[in-house]
Design a protein around this ligand. Structure first.
Ligand SMILES: [Zn+2]
Length: 96
């Protein structure tokens, strides 16, 4: 389980119990912001800025079907090559 900004703030409010104080909290929150920004960038299409979703290869299980129907993933099929893309843009369909 990873810490959310909320849980870090909650922790800051009871500093004595966890020992993380002052500037350290700001530092951790900065790291979280940067990580979130990178995640957002990585998940955006370089051409249109649309949302990229992962292409999942292999025989699809029920969970993958559900995720694909919800638009959170794309079923890539059973054949995987070294050049197979790992993500596809939901907006323009560009795979990379
Ligand atoms: Zn796109």
């Amino acid at each position: 389980m990873s810490a959310s900004p909320e849980s870090v703030k909650a922790c800051a409010e009871r500093q004595s119990s966890c020992g993380v104080t002052g500037r350290k909290i700001e530092y951790v929150l900065d790291l979280m912001r940067i990580r979130e920004q990178i995640r957002t960038l990585v998940n955006r299409c370089g051409d249109c800025g649309g949302r990229m979703v992962p292409i999942v290869y292999g025989y699809p299980n029920p969970e993958l079907w559900e995720r694909a129907e919800a638009g959170e993933a794309v079923i890539g099929g059973c054949v995987v090559e070294s050049t197979s893309p790992s993500r596809v843009c939901r907006n323009c369909g560009k795979a990379r």
